[in-house]
Design a protein around this ligand. Structure first.
Ligand SMILES: Nc1nc2c(ncn2[C@@H]2O[C@H](COP(=O)(O)OP(=O)(O)OP(=O)(O)O)[C@@H](O)[C@H]2O)c(=O)[nH]1
Ligand SMILES: [Mg+2]
Length: 456
């Protein structure tokens, strides 16, 4: 279904105004196409690999000059796709990179699908599927930690782990199957105890790595933290103080914030999507009441609630209602405006969640609030593993493999035939194979690579 015969091309830089635009060409005909459209004293097809040539892109029919460029020649097999690659760096701008792309297409290349260069790297065996997915993760990562995990995955850490585990299982499954064919002969088979040992070992490894997914998912996708409270307690001031910028409007008038305002916070490598919201109160104002409704809906969906109260004031009915509504959630209580008094009866707050007194105007307690956010995120997600799973597809495949292995062990203990146990183990082998891209369907590949941008 996927063809490797033709030569593909795309603009690999974002569409927009920039310093340079890169048009990438990959395939058997890449160097010939470059020869046709590149005016220079150096012919790309005669150039050694990994050289950058200076020249002009021309329309091969009219010989009209399109742009002054640098052209990189990379010969197979030491390239991203393991095919010949030419990369043309044009002047930045929406128009000129497109003109160069059209010239390349006119000269024999086909426009690439999203992720098709990386798909070729996979189909040509340069990387396995989990490594291709790591490339996507690197592109999408917001923090150094996220990039770090994806990079180690790209370098083959996960692939190595899966291949080793799978190799052990393949050995045992083939021994079990062999014994079926040679019942009469003196084939030395591993004892049930040995088989059980190998399965237990694999199961333990799987459980350890599966348990890293919660943290991995958080590092990759981040968490939502919603700031709530009645009007005028200083929610937007806390939001701005955490982000260290004047993002949300702050005024002395209750009901200032109506729309959700968002900003990203990096808390020890975990991306936190911080959301400021409309203060909750009964209001007949039509715009404000939409805002209040949105806040309430979002409260049901967010990972963390940062509930703000005015410590300089007594507790109100609105505060009591909010305390009641959030008491079973993942909450951090912020007692703001401590610079002007401490009247609020703190005893009304559940002691099992963190309570942080702050003064947003004096920037006091904001560090403690950051620490509380970090601790709330890390609760229950501490991991002891070099490999961290961040990808849902891998997580599902690992869980399926674990189910199959548990079944194999149960069947072994129940005294079932070797044939049945070999089948269970083979299921686990297939599940693990999906992670690295063995026996995956074209649909799975299409789904994965369609998430890439064009030109990658
Ligand atoms: N003294 C003092 N005033 C504060 C503090 N934090 C906020 N304020 C003031 O309280 C008022 C309301 O602040 P906002 O941050 O707009 O409050 P809010 O909770 O977002 O209000 P709504 O958007 O209306 O729900 C402003 O005048 C702020 O300057 C604080 O720590 N101490
Ligand atoms: Mg506000």
């Amino acid at each position: 279904m996927f063809s490797l015969d033709d030569t593909i091309t795309a603009i690999s830089t974002p569409i927009g105004i920039g310093a340079i635009g890169v048009v990438r060409i990959s395939g058997n005909d890449a160097l010939n196409i470059a020869d046709r459209i590149f005016l220079s004293k150096n012919r790309p097809s005669q150039s050694p690999s990994h050289r950058i040539l200076y020249g002009h892109i021309i329309d091969p029919e009219t010989e009209e000059i399109i742009d002054e460029v640098l052209l990189a020649v990379m010969r197979k097999p030491h390239t991203y796709t393991r095919e010949d690659i030419v990369e043309i760096s044009t002047h930045g701008g929406i128009g000129v990179a497109r003109l160069v792309l059209q010239t390349v297409i006119k000269s024999g290349a086909r426009e690439a699908q999203p992720g098709e260069f990386t798909l070729r790297a996979f189909l040509n065996g340069r990387i396995d599927l989990s490594q291709a997915e790591a490339i996507l993760d690197i592109i999408n990562s917001r923090t150094k930690e996220g990039i770090g995990i994806a990079l180690s995955q790209l370098e083959g850490q996960l692939s190595g782990f899966i291949s080793e585990l799978r190799g052990n299982l393949i050995n045992i499954a083939s021994l079990l199957e062999l014994s079926l064919d040679f019942v009469e002969e003196d084939l030395v088979l591993p004892s049930s105890q040995k088989i059980e040992e190998i399965i237990s070992d694999a199961t333990e490894n799987l459980e350890r790595i599966i348990s890293t997914y919660r943290r991995g998912n958080i590092i990759k996708n981040g968490v939502n933290a919603l700031i709530v409270g009645k009007p005028n307690v200083g929610k937007s001031s806390i939001f701005n103080a955490l982000l260290l910028e004047e993002r949300a409007i702050v005024t002395p008038y209750p009901g200032t914030t109506r729309d959700m305002v968002e900003g990203w916070l990096n808390v020890d490598g975990i991306p936190v999507r911080l959301i400021d919201s409309a203060g909750i109160r009964d209001t007949i104002h039509p715009i404000e009441s939409i805002g209040v409704q949105r806040t309430k809906t979002m409260m049901g969906k967010t990972d963390i609630i940062i509930a703000v109260f005015d410590i300089s004031d007594d507790i109100s009915d609105e505060d009591k209602e909010l305390l009641e509504n959030i008491k079973d959630k993942n909450v951090i209580y912020v007692l703001n405006k401590k610079d002007i008094g401490e009247t609020f009866p703190v005893g009304n707050i559940s002691a099992k969640s963190p309570i942080v007194p702050t003064s947003a105007v004096k920037m006091e307690g904001i560090d403690t609030l950051q620490d509380a956010i970090r601790d709330t995120i890390s609760r229950g997600t501490g991991v002891e593993s070099d490999i961290i799973i961040t990808n849902e597809r891998h997580y599902v495949a690992l869980k399926n493999a674990l189910v199959s292995l548990n079944k194999a062990r149960e069947n072994l203990n129940a005294g079932y035939t070797q044939e049945i146990i070999a089948e269970d183990i083979k299921e686990a082998i297939d599940d693990l194979g999906e992670i690295i891209g063995e026996n995956v369907t074209d649909e799975v590949l299409q789904d994965i690579f369609s998430k890439f941008c064009v030109g990658k």
